[in-house]
Unconditional design. Sequence first.
Length: 158
Amino acid sequence: MVRRTSLKEADCPVARALDAIGDWWSLLIIRDAFSEARRFGEFQKSLGVAKGILSARLRNLVELGILEIAPASDGSAYQEYVLTEKGRGLFVVIAGLRQWGEEHCYEPGEPHSALIDNETRQPVGRLELRSADGRVLGPLNTSVRLNPMPPAKPSGRP
């Protein structure tokens, strides 16, 4: 089996993010956590993944601070996996993947799930990247630049 190359020291934030959550099982676990899956058995039933793979992915997501283990909400002896603030920050990523999939992975008229606004009961609007002044941005309107290192703090020595 080919060993995966770690990207956790990469200069690119996309590479580092993919190192953390880039395999499909992790993203599907996070998706299910947003759909209120909490227990190991709920994730396994939804995903149909082998117990060893699920256990390893859940452990990694906890180590990364994306999920945390909490006592079961029903007071039983079980434990639950709950999204942390860092994990909840992935909602827009999951929504963006969902919208890309809706647009590019289905034939016209083919049924699929949709993300719905609970207040209006309508599909959620398309995600857009906007500038600080509100303009819609695309790949031709943006570029990537190396963010310079902040100046070193004085050590307090003369």
